[in-house]
Design a protein around this ligand. Structure first.
Ligand SMILES: Cc1cc2nc3c(=O)[nH]c(=O)nc-3n(C[C@H](O)[C@H](O)[C@H](O)COP(=O)(O)OP(=O)(O)OC[C@H]3O[C@@H](n4cnc5c(N)ncnc54)[C@H](O)[C@@H]3O)c2cc1C
Length: 480
């Protein structure tokens, strides 16, 4: 949306499924996080310093731009929309719009801006494959809600389809985050990077919902603690920062609690003004009969953020001419092996603007179509039961703790499922992406950031590099 608003003319092709941006709770990072030398250790390893520099350089301008877009809007009750700032202890970089619904407010601003611009057309549909003229990407094949096919030709195509959390049985991600843009790029031969790094949120509410509602770290920062089924606080004995331990370590500790059957609950009963500061949490919990002001909230880890993605340079260019990628679908190198809080929205806004400038300078009138995939045109979109089997396999064998045996098992079972998965568009995309995630996880024989191998628990300095690959057809044997 940011890229579309920055371009002179654009078409947004989107499904009607919500993306993660609507659900972001914590906020948006601001400049101080990047320029204060004392905070440099906030960046995880494998982070590309050039990407951090771009974010630090462009971040303030991008946030000012967002604020200006917001100020030009007037809310239904006649008030001006203001994107505020809030300093949370230990998180003094968050920009917030009040309470825990920053993403929704930002999306409301962007949507209203888009609605007021004639330069942006919107098409409802699911992009299913890229079209090329032999050298450049020149468009996409899409299907609309009535399964009618559309061909959209374009001087430049930007993939902004979000993450892949839906490929896991337990996830905080909405239904739109099924890795379909990444799948399209893989099928067209674009380079991908760092797919083994999938971040798991430590505290999703383990209730009968899919996706699982996320309980933001901010609740822990405001004093909520983690206890086991007997009410005993367990993190204090595991890490000196207890509930504020690094998210990866916390997620694995909570995961082990559940594997051992010891239980994990968030105790937020004593958190001051919970309803005022965390209305989203309260609403989710109350909808399943839990009142966090008086009850313990059952929590567990869940797939949350795709760190890797379509490999891009710092202008969002992919390895395929005519194709750009931005947001969670892209891998700029910013997040290293563990994304740090509140950087995803900022990345989308900063790189959305950078992509738009690069597209404006380099877009070309599409040539004749040389390759337009047709094999998938009649498939139904909605995933079938095989998709749920894939999600289970990914959760059990490609989740928080991995090992070679489990990864190979996932690979073999996924491969066996492929013919069934290919009967739906969502299943076909899931198969494409899941097997590449498994391949990447097999390839990295060490533990680092969000990738934890039980059979290779140490970090191996010789593997301290991002891995960018040209996936092509799935040949896991060749990759490991
Ligand atoms: C619960 C939750 C809380 C979070 N909190 C924060 C936070 O506080 N701060 C922060 O910085 N980040 C946060 N994140 C992460 C952040 O929200 C996301 O990484 C970011 O918003 C992704 O933005 P995006 O534009 O790349 O994708 P999305 O916002 O997911 O948008 C992708 C869009 O593409 C559409 N789409 C997908 N596939 C196709 C297709 N094939 N054809 C057409 N359209 C398609 C989807 O329907 C969707 O509309 C959170 C994530 C979650 C899930």
């Amino acid at each position: 949306m940011t890229a579309a608003l920055t371009l002179d003319e654009s078409v947004i092709l989107t499904t009607d499924l919500p993306g993660s941006s609507w659900w972001a709770q914590g906020g948006i990072s601001i400049k101080s996080a990047f320029t204060d030398g004392a905070k440099q250790d906030r960046w995880s390893d494998l982070t590309d310093p050039a990407a951090v520099e771009r974010i630090a350089g462009d971040g303030p301008e991008a946030v000012d731009w967002l604020r200006t877009e917001a100020e030009s809007l007037v809310t239904d009750n006649g008030e001006q929309t203001v994107l505020g700032e809030e300093g949370i202890e230990g998180l003094d970089r968050a920009i917030e719009t009040g309470n825990d619904a920053t993403g929704a407010e930002v999306m409301r601003v962007l949507n209203s801006s888009l609605a007021s611009r004639d330069s942006v057309k919107r098409l409802l549909g699911r992009a299913i494959d890229l079209i090329t003229d032999g050298e450049r990407v020149v468009g996409v094949v899409a299907v609309d809600s009535r399964a009618r096919q559309r061909i959209v030709m374009a001087p430049a195509v930007v993939i902004a389809t979000g993450g892949l959390g839906r490929l896991y049985q337990r996830t905080t991600n909405p239904r739109g985050s099924d890795g379909s843009g990444l799948a399209m790029a893989i099928r067209a031969g674009a380079r991908v990077a760092d797919l083994e790094f999938v971040q798991f949120h430590p505290t999703a509410m383990t209730v009968a919902k899919d996706p699982l509602p996320m309980v933001s770290e901010r609740v822990r920062r405001r004093g909520a603690i983690l206890v086991d089924a007997h009410g005993r606080r367990f993190m204090a004995g595991i890490h000196s920062d207890a509930e504020l331990a690094p998210p990866g370590l916390l997620a694995r500790a909570i995961w082990r609690q559940s594997v051992r059957g010891a239980g994990a609950y968030l105790d937020a009963r004593h958190v001051h003004e919970l309803a005022d500061h965390h209305p989203t949490l309260l609403a989710h919990a109350m909808s399943v009969g839990i009142d966090p002001r008086t009850d313990l909230v059952p929590v567990g880890a869940a797939a949350h953020y795709q760190i890797g993605g379509v490999a891009t340079d710092l202008e969002g260019r992919t390895s395929l001419p005519g194709l750009w990628a931005v947001g969670e679908a892209a891998s700029t190198g910013l997040h290293g092996s563990t994304r740090l809080l509140s950087n995803a929205l900022l990345e989308g806004i900063v790189f959305g603007r950078r992509v738009a400038r690069s597209v404006a300078a380099e877009a070309e009138t599409p040539g004749d179509v040389a390759y337009c995939p047709v094999d998938s045109r009649d498939l139904p979109v909605t995933p079938g039961p095989a998709f749920e089997e894939l999600r289970k396999l990914m959760w059990e064998h490609v989740g928080l703790e991995r090992d070679g045996d489990g990864l190979w098992r996932a690979h073999n079972e996924l491969t066996a499922l492929v013919p069934v998965l290919r009967r739906t568009l969502a299943g076909r995309d899931a198969a494409t992406v899941a097997i590449q995630v498994v391949a990447a996880a097999l390839r990295r024989t060490e533990s680092r950031g969000s990738h934890y191998r039980i059979d290779h628990q140490a970090t191996d300095p010789s593997q301290a590099a991002r891995v960018v690959v040209e996936p092509g057809p799935v040949e896991v044997e060749r990759l490991v």
